[in-house]
Design a protein around this ligand. Structure first.
Ligand code: NAI
Length: 254
């Protein structure tokens, strides 16, 4: 599926060294976009994504810890200067870090979860805002099904943070509409990436397939395609403050 209006858009995808971010960066490259591939710990993953991007289009490889405002500011500035602006921001970087139940979780863990999943989006979005105003661009924030159902074992604090992402998305949509900027959330269900290689047992991965009405776990491309849809003004130009669940029916709501 090619969206004509996405061609030549300048897109920054945070956390694109693996999983959902990697697939999203590659799909934007296939649309003919200039893509900012961002990594933090895994340079090799970033380089791998970047090599795929270069097969279809052009871009730039960027490093930053999204918990650091100064690193984020540098990253966004470098992207916009190189690309000549910024049209689309995908705030995908996020992490469960580890499973810690409320009963024993530490304050440091709680802070780290919110810094990684919520404050990071605030930093990147604020740094990108002047550029997005110039392009009347758009933002997609990556939430989670956990933000609705409260998460699995030891993922409750992460679930709360992802709920905050969805709520802040609505608030941003209200605040930025005056600039013509649309802001939406895509909330993945159970997507087979290294996320679950780290945090979920093989048994859990299998059990989720059985609990999912569509009978499979998601792929990073399932999420990437929903993100693309939301960023195309041809397809979704009147959609803002919306929340799209991509979870195979694992969690449904009216
Ligand atoms: P992943 O582990 O492959 O990707 C996470 C990305 O975030 C990585 O590229 C990582 O480098 C980046 N990241 C984490 N902490 C960072 C930091 N401090 N600074 C800079 N970058 C940082 O996992 P996946 O599954 O692709 O996750 C992508 C997003 O989707 C995350 O926000 C995650 O919370 C969310 N998600 C994933 C689900 C799944 O089932 N895999 C379900 C619901 C949401």
């Amino acid at each position: 599926m090619i969206y004509q209006d996405l061609k030549n858009k300048r897109v920054l995808v945070t956390g694109s060294s693996s999983g959902i971010g990697q697939a999203t960066a590659i799909e934007f490259a296939k649309q003919g976009c200039f893509v900012g591939v961002h990594y933090f710990r895994t340079k090799q993953g970033g380089e791998q994504t970047f090599a795929e991007v270069k097969k279809h289009s052009d871009g730039i490889l960027l490093k930053a810890d999204v918990r650091s405002q100064s690193q984020v500011n540098k990253m966004v500035g470098r992207f916009a200067k190189t690309a000549g602006g910024l049209d689309i921001l995908v705030n995908n970087a996020g992490d469960l870090i580890e499973r810690q139940p409320f009963e024993t979780a530490t304050a440091a863990y709680h802070d780290n979860i919110y810094e990684t999943n919520v404050r990071s989006i605030f930093f990147v979005t604020q740094a990108a805002l002047d550029w997005l105003k110039k392009s009347a661009g758009c933002i997609v924030n990556v939430g989670s099904v956990a933000g609705h159902h409260g998460g699995g074992d030891g993922a409750g604090i992460y679930a709360g943070a992802k709920a905050a992402v969805a709520t802040e998305t609505i608030a941003m949509a209200k605040e930025f509409a005056r600039y013509g900027i649309r802001v939406n959330t895509v909330a993945p269900g159970f997507i087979e990436t290294r996320f679950h290689q780290r945090y979920s047992s093989a048994q859990r991965v299998k059990a989720t397939v059985q609990q999912t009405p569509l009978g499979r776990n998601g792929t990073p491309e399932d999420i990437a395609m929903a993100i693309l849809f939301l960023t195309s003004s041809e397809a979704a130009g009147f959609i803002t403050g919306e929340y799209i669940a991509v979870n195979g029916g694992l969690y449904m709501r009216a």
